[in-house]
Design a protein around this ligand. Structure first.
Ligand code: NDP
Ligand code: BG6
Length: 547
């Protein structure tokens, strides 16, 4: 909608000095956007941020005039940054090419790859990652620059400011800073960046990565510190699950289809499950993870955000504030999580097929006696008229047997079910279940009871199935693409407001403290298993079977 609006505005020739409320000059050639990735040498920058920026550039979504600056302590020249970015982009292109192989294009692909084309043009012949990929990448890299500096040095940020100004060259200058650094240096970086740059005449926005503190107090302290230098509307707290296609689609599914909304309540829904599973451990991130654990890493943010979108009332409009108001209401209607309603686990080493998979505590950056949970299951409740008594069960774990993120909605039994009476189908078979598979293989399917075709009368459980790969040919953009574009366009809908954050922490802080104070020992589960049995006992208490 923003792009459409912008196109319409551009077609009406605005007066010379006209700018929109966000400071965007409607005559694009008069404004610039400088995107500074603070912590550009790091894992997230390489894996997600630069590839997302390139994808946006490729799709023509970035403003006409933009530059990307990498900032970190590592010494690097512009050329070295470009090499680093180009290597990660090439990997990404290679990754996509694997899908081409699975479509039977392997031999053709290999021929083009090895004989005829340079690395960047690999997929050009199939149009798989679209045309002119290499050419576009070169153009993108020409807009990328690097500045080396300390995060707590105003002088270094002042040098960066000078360089930014050279590129902004008197135009309306809008600046986006992406804090892709460990949280203990957020404030230093924000302080130095804000004190050392003379304020640009456009907007300045700052994307802040999670974790936003580790409990209510530290989160409030972080917010207070950020607000010394920034206004709330300049702070974009990212939760990349909000940028995932199926999470964005939740509201569409609920509010633009007549059939779901009437069923969306305690009257028809028995329980809701929010499941996050990864089939790998904390590899390489043990140092960070040990200080946080799975409840802070996944539940308090990604799964809780999905829950809020799932359970909120219809917002007044699609405006960011209206949506966030409804999300806060849900969070504030929830009961703080009780220790009895939590089961925790930690993965241990396991040997399978001659391969030994490490225990969590085998990571050199994790203390041998760590009690940090790598798995947790929890039962949460929303004490409002719509959801009273409905368990919202969350399960999140690392080093499990599969990788998936799903929302599973189990409906109540059909009252006086004729077929159950006559054919004795078991309890679960008779209930419907709606599954929203966020990843991988995005899908929405509804489990229904159906007659097996034939002369007899036999019931079967079948799926009404919307498999995204089969229905839509367009590749689904990475969550970071959507969120970066939103931040550039000033769209706050998918970012976390400070009151949402406070409400989210108040649900989890008491139980997190209790777990730590009582030194609760997690149940150990083998790497690659289905997780601890404690999760099943917890679900069984609420008469739920995990999907
Ligand atoms: P890194 O550990 O890779 O750190 C990023 C950069 O920060 C490093 O390249 C380094 O740059 C600098 N840095 C690292 N440690 C310190 C330190 N102790 N003091 C000063 N500078 C330091 O982090 P990630 O890229 O993995 O993550 C960045 C942010 O994003 C973090 O807040 C993380 O929690 C969050 N995040 C990361 C995810 C991921 O998948 N990686 C996923 C979700 C969130 P240099 O030495 O060159 O200055
Ligand atoms: C991050 C967590 O926020 O999300 C990681 O810190 C986790 O531990 C990651 O692996 C999962 O994201 P995705 O998009 O790969 O499901």
């Amino acid at each position: 909608p923003f792009k459409k609006l912008k196109d319409e505005l551009l077609s009406v020739t605005p007066p010379e000095e006209f700018t929109d409320v966000a400071g965007f000059d409607v005559k694009e050639e008069k404004s610039t956007v400088s995107i500074t990735v603070v912590g550009a040498s790091g894992d997230l920058a390489k894996k997600k941020i630069f590839p997302a920026l390139f994808a946006l550039y490729y799709e023509g979504c970035l403003p006409e005039q933009f530059t990307v600056f990498g900032y970190a302590r590592s010494k690097m020249t512009d050329a070295e940054l470009r090499n680093m970015v180009s290597r990660t982009l090439t990997c990404r292109i290679d990754k996509r090419s694997n899908s081409a192989l699975s479509f039977g294009l392997g031999p053709v692909f290999a021929l083009f790859e090895s004989k005829l084309f340079g690395l960047h043009e690999r997929l050009h012949p199939f149009g798989f990652f679209r045309e002119n990929c290499g050419e576009k990448m070169e153009q993108f890299l020409e807009r990328c620059f690097y500045h080396s500096g300390q995060y707590d040095s105003q002088a270094d940020f002042a040098e960066l400011d000078k360089k930014l100004k050279e590129h902004e060259a008197g135009k309306v200058s809008n600046r986006l800073f992406y804090l892709s650094i460990p949280p203990n240096i957020f404030i230093d970086a924000v302080r130095c960046a804000s004190l050392s740059s003379s304020s640009p005449n456009g907007w300045t926005r700052v994307i802040v990565e999670k974790p936003f503190g580790r409990d209510s107090e530290s989160s409030a302290a972080l917010t207070r510190a950020l607000k010394q230098y920034l206004k709330e509307d300049q702070i974009f707290r990212i939760d990349h699950y909000l940028g995932k296609e199926l999470v964005e689609n939740l509201s569409v599914l609920r509010f633009s289809n007549l059939i779901f909304e009437p069923l969306w309540s305690r009257q028809f829904i028995r329980n809701v499950q929010l499941i996050f599973a990864e089939d790998f451990g904390t590899e390489g991130r043990g140092g960070y993870f040990d200080n946080y654990g799975i409840i802070r890493d996944i539940m308090q943010n990604h799964l809780l955000q999905i829950l809020a979108l799932f359970a909120m009332e219809t917002p007044v409009s699609l405006d960011a504030e209206d949506i966030r108001n409804e999300k806060v209401k849900v969070l504030r209607s929830m009961r703080p999580l009780q220790l009895d309603d939590v089961a925790i686990g930690q993965y241990k080493s396991h040997t399978r097929g001659g391969v030994t998979y490490p225990a969590y505590t085998d990571d050199k950056t994790v203390p041998k006696d760590s009690l940090t949970p790598t798995f947790a299951a929890a039962a949460l409740f929303i004490d409002n008229a719509r959801w009273d008594g409905v368990p919202f069960l969350m399960k999140a774990g690392k080093a499990l047997h599969d990788r998936r993120a799903e929302i599973r909605v189990q409906f109540r039994h059909v009252p006086g079910n004729l077929y159950k009476r006559n054919f004795g189908t078991d309890l679960d078979q008779a209930t419907n279940e709606l599954v929203i598979r966020v990843q991988p293989d995005e899908a929405i399917y509804l489990k229904i009871n159906n007659k097996v075709p034939g002369l007899g009368m036999r019931l079967d459980r079948s799926n009404l199935n919307l498999l995204y790969a089969a229905r839509y040919s367009k590749e689904i953009p990475d969550a970071y693409e959507r969120l970066l574009l939103d931040a550039i366009e000033g769209e706050r809908r998918l970012f976390i407001r400070s009151d949402e954050l406070d409400a989210a922490w108040s649900l989890f802080t008491p139980v997190l403290k209790e777990l730590e104070e009582k030194k609760i020992v997690p149940e150990y589960y083998p790497y690659g298993s289905r997780g601890p049995v404690g999760a099943h006992y917890l679900a069984a208490r609420y008469k739920v079977r995990w999907g």
